[in-house]
Write a protein that binds this ligand. Structure first.
Ligand code: GLA
Length: 381
């Protein structure tokens, strides 16, 4: 049964009526531009063909009832939604409804049935997909802004303030604003976007995601710590954000920054440069040439930013040795997924070699699957 049919049918069984509509929002992978979004920098994500699908209908009261086909049920009065008050997965949905209310929209109660095929905890933004699908449903039923970037900010606020994760704006923007066949260039300072063609078939390329299925603890604290280090580095350089730094400025202030902040900042500065280089190559119709920038991004995330993990390093190294044009960890790091750009004809071999090497080393079997740029969130017909 399709996700659409499944949420409609469970909605009817559970709530005894038909939903007013069904919405869906995808997860994402980030092609390049990692840990740049909270530094006012550039990111280049694509939406993937895995999504959260939600059936929704208004209620005459102020209750939010949410049923996830994978995770169970939760119920919360709208007035009770605030920082830390809702636990677990339900906080993403509840937070999105709350955040829309903060925009001055008179949001009432909702019944929601959700299902997701975005792997959870893998760095593919399953949480942004929950936020964005729920937010679109609530927006269509109760009103609110049309602008996709504004919607992404509302979803981000849910995560920052209700869930309590100090994430940047990339994941929600990708889920809201990506289009099929493109990567999305987002300038996280001006919030301007550009759709950059990324036609894998035409270039006979395949983009493989390697889900290592490991997620190392540490991740939350380390993310906040990296963010703080970047803010401190910008302050020490007398700049609004690391977006404004150059390699020469970092060299000149090396002592003042200290070793660790210098390395964190060097990643951000070099990564912004790589995003723009990849955009140039894609715009000139040479997607097969972006591999070295992807691999250089990984090296920088591993050595300067120090957010990789042994499994991610192994996936990247194995992929490139087995024939990938380039590979890197994607997402926040400390586990989750790597991506590899591979000539289409070599995709199967690369996937097999990765699985074999992981098995030989006694590691958990990774899931390897191809992704292609999909459409962002929307209401289903
Ligand atoms: C997570 C955050 C994003 C971004 C990435 C790292 O996915 O939610 O905002 O900072 O990590 O690039």
């Amino acid at each position: 049964m399709s996700a659409d049919a499944a949420v409609r049918s469970v909605f009817a069984d559970r709530f005894g009526r038909t939903p007013e509509g069904v919405w869906a929002a995808p997860g994402r992978v980030n092609l390049i531009g990692e840990h740049t979004d909270y530094n006012d920098g550039f990111v280049l994500p694509l939406a993937i063909d895995r999504r959260v699908t939600v059936a929704a209908a208004r209620r005459p009261d102020d209750l939010l009832r949410i049923l996830s086909l994978e995770k169970g049920a939760a119920e919360v009065p709208l007035a009770d939604i605030k920082a830390g008050a809702v636990q677990g997965w339900a906080a993403y949905a509840a937070g999105a409804v709350w955040s829309l209310g903060q925009e001055g929209v008179r949001v009432g109660g909702l019944d929601l049935v959700l299902t997701s095929d975005v792997p959870v905890g893998s760095g593919l933004s399953s949480s942004a997909a929950v936020e964005c699908s729920t937010l679109l449903a609530a927006r269509d039923l109760y009103g609110g802004p049309q602008d996709r970037i504004q919607l992404a900010r509302i979803a981000q606020r849910a995560e920052n303030e209700v869930v309590g994760v100090p994430c940047g704006i990339m994941d929600q923007t990708a889920s809201m604003a990506c289009t099929a066949g493109h990567v999305l260039l987002l300038d996280t300072r001006s919030l301007t976007t550009r759709q950059i063609p990324f036609d894998l078939d035409q270039a006979a390329l395949s983009l493989l995601v390697v889900d290592t299925r490991v997620s190392h603890a540490l991740a939350d604290g380390a993310y906040a710590e990296r963010r703080r280090a970047c803010e401190q580095a910008a302050r020490l350089l007398g700049l609004p954000a690391l977006r404004d730094a150059t390699e020469a400025m970092l060299e000149a202030s090396r002592d003042r920054l200290g070793k660790l902040r210098y390395r964190r900042a060097r990643h951000v500065v070099s990564e912004n440069g790589r995003v723009l280089e990849v955009v140039r190559l894609l715009n000139s119709g040479r997607p097969g040439r972006i591999g070295p920038a992807l691999t250089a991004s990984h090296t920088s995330l591993r050595d300067d930013y120090q957010v990789s993990a042994a499994e991610l390093d192994l996936a990247v190294e194995t992929a490139t040795t087995a024939g990938a044009l380039g590979a890197r960890m994607t997402g926040a790091g400390f586990g989750g997924c790597a991506l590899a750009l591979v000539p289409a004809g070599a995709a199967e071999t690369v996937a097999e070699v990765i699985s074999r090497v992981f098995s030989d080393q006694g590691l958990k079997a990774p899931t390897v699957f191809p992704v292609a740029p999909a459409d962002g969130a929307g209401r289903l017909p």
